[in-house]
Design a protein around this ligand. Structure first.
Ligand code: HC1
Ligand code: SF4
Length: 576
């Protein structure tokens, strides 16, 4: 530890920290914009400047290290004026459409401007037009709201290792964009949306489809189904000011009914179905097709796209299972339609997902069943929050209600899908039974849990032990695959989630830093994941094959896992 003085008050802080981190540790608020801990520590926006005793020029606190005896002034007139000038300059070339902006009231720039008391912008001259791009189904880019903080670039390059963005041109012309300002669908973007989460303003956001969803909800000839991803039940509350990780399953279902959905289904059910198929696939590969090991999970569409771009030779190793939300779509337009006598052409399946990549996945040409699109629209968690707010529903005050039959019962193995390691843990619980004929006594598989970027373990299935690997964050997948391919650390089965933390950290989840800077440094993925594991702990049905709905679906429609019918509706293929 070292002793530093913030505004003459001594504090003991760990050595090696930046002044900004130290200040946040002791609850002194220094505003920042370009800073992202460990990822983007570049000191360019000048919003976090402080006075350091003995140095004439103000210093950006995010890159200035603490040392013993350091005396820092965080709140002098000079500091306040400099911060205000930096933000005023940013605003002078920013499309200030706050009232109609998708990030209104959840924008870091707006927040900082308010905090610093910016009330007029004297420098406004002619505004540049940097362009607006929305030619794909997942992410829009509005360069008139970009502040060149480079946070998108940092997360995409360093965490996702997709290298999509770089600074183009110089000076006032600069934009942070894909090469030649191409559309994200034309470059190596995997559609994960991590850049959207990292963006402090509305320069990057999800492509909304709220209007289309309202249209079908208002059409009485349509049978409109909502399906909710496992993670939504522990994240959407944050958009209504609840603490991170608050469990709101019952309110979520009620809100969707109030919005006018005819049925509300849990994607957790078809997560169980995915496990039935994927665990059978694992067993088949281990016993009959060892040449197709390792088995690689396929429920994360951003990871699938990553594999298609960067590891085309490994595509035969991907599980052929469609992801749970696609399976839900397929089952609603076939089995459910037949069972309940509903014309499948009138069914609209709207998936509520924490994810921008699900929008891309739903639009893939192969994701159809009997000529119908499996999933018609994908709303992110944030979009659903906006719909709920727009009709004046007091979310906090809603009573609980239950999902609709027949997609209402699920194992908590389906639920933990939403956290890194959850898919693999769920699969192990069922694969163990399929491979050995025995029940796993304690289904907890601790090696799969936690926020470590890469996790390894061994599982004994009778006399066969399999090495498993779990990666979250696309860059970690790259690491694991590199080690595997050069023989340094091989595995038989791997789960990959492209987003850090898995779906709880998805690109469509509530953005915390815009409303309240203090929430930026929260370990929110961890809290959200914990909430899912708590559900699992308290659940009676913890293995997918114990879910009674599985019995129903296989008896009435699919026959058995990997049957011809199952392959037709629940499995897919990939493109190099
Ligand atoms: Fe996920 Fe999945 S877990 S991918 O994170 O396999 O999006 O929550 O719905 O499909 O079940 C997302 C979450 C989700 C699918 C499932
Ligand atoms: Fe990079 Fe993901 Fe953003 Fe695409 S969506 S640009 S891969 S961070």
């Amino acid at each position: 530890h070292v002793t530093v003085y913030f505004d003459d008050i001594p504090y003991d802080v760990p050595m090696g920290m930046s002044v900004l981190e130290a200040a946040r540790l002791v609850h002194i608020e220094i505003p920042s914009l370009c800073y992202l801990k460990d990822i983007n520590e570049i000191g360019t926006c000048r919003v976090c400047v402080v006075e350091i005793q003995g140095i004439r020029a103000l210093q950006p606190s995010c890159v200035y290290p603490v040392r013993d005896g350091l005396k820092i002034k965080t709140n002098t007139k000079k500091v306040r004026d400099a911060r205000k000038a930096a933000v005023t300059l940013l605003l002078s070339n920013h499309h200030r459409e706050c009232l109609t902006c998708i990030r209104n009231l959840n924008c870091e720039l707006q927040n900082v401007a308010d905090q610093l008391g910016v009330r007029n912008i004297p420098y406004t001259g002619e505004m540049q037009d940097y362009g607006y791009f929305s030619d794909n189904v997942f992410i829009t880019r509005d360069y008139n709201k970009c502040i060149n903080c480079r946070r998108c670039m940092a997360i995409c390059n360093k965490i996702q290792e997709c290298d999509v963005y770089s600074p183009l041109w110089r000076g006032l012309e600069t934009v942070i964009a894909p090469a030649f300002k191409k559309d994200l669908s034309e470059v190596s973007c995997i559609t994960c949306g991590q850049c959207v989460i990292a963006c402090p303003t509305a320069s990057l956001s999800e492509k909304e489809c709220i209007r289309d969803v309202w249209k079908v909800l208002n059409d009485p000839t349509k049978h409109v189904i909502a399906q909710t991803a496992p993670s939504i039940q522990v994240t959407i509350g944050e958009d209504f000011n609840m603490p991170v990780g608050t469990f709101v399953r019952g309110k979520l279902v009620t809100a969707l009914r109030r919005l006018g959905f005819n049925k509300v289904f849990a994607t957790d059910v078809t997560a169980d179905l995915t496990i039935m198929e994927e665990a059978s696939e694992l067993k088949e590969r281990v016993t009959e097709h060892p040449e197709r090991l390792p088995l690689l999970s396929s429920c994360c569409p951003a990871w699938v796209k990553f594999a298609e771009h960067f590891y085309p030779d490994l595509l035969p190793n991907l599980s052929t299972c469609k992801s749970p939300h696609e399976m839900c779509g397929a089952m609603t337009k076939t089995w459910y339609a037949q069972k309940y006598g509903i014309d499948p052409s009138t069914i609209v399946n709207v998936a509520i997902m924490p994810c921008t990549a699900k929008k891309y996945e739903a639009a893939r040409p192969e994701m159809t069943s009997d000529g119908f699109r499996n999933v018609d629209y994908v709303l992110t968690t944030r979009e659903l929050s906006r719909m709920i707010r727009s009709v004046g529903i007091d979310f906090d005050d809603l009573e609980d209600s239950k999902y609709d039959k027949p997609f209402d019962q699920f194992s908590s193995a389906g639920t933990i899908f939403g956290a890194t390691g959850g898919v693999l843990e769920a699969a192990v619980r069922t694969a163990y039974y399929f491979m050995t004929g025995d029940e796993m006594g304690v289904p907890d598989y601790e090696d799969a849990r936690g926020q470590k970027g890469l996790k390894y373990g061994n599982v004994a299935f009778g006399d066969r032990t399999l090495t498993i690997a779990i990666a979250h964050g696309a860059g970690n997948a790259k690491k694991a695959l590199t080690r595997h391919l050069n023989g340094e650390k091989t595995f038989d089965y791997m789960e990959v989630m492209a987003c850090p933390g898995g779906c709880v950290g998805g690109g469509g989840q509530p953005i915390l830093g815009g409303k309240d800077q203090k929430r930026i440094s929260l370990d929110y993925r961890h809290n959200r994941a914990d909430a899912l594991y708590n559900i699992d702990k308290g659940s009676k049905i913890r293995k997918s094959y114990e879910n009674p709905v599985m019995q129903e679906i296989y008896d009435e429609f699919l026959g058995k896992p990997l049957s011809e019918t199952a392959k037709k509706y629940l499995h897919t293929s990939y493109v190099k």
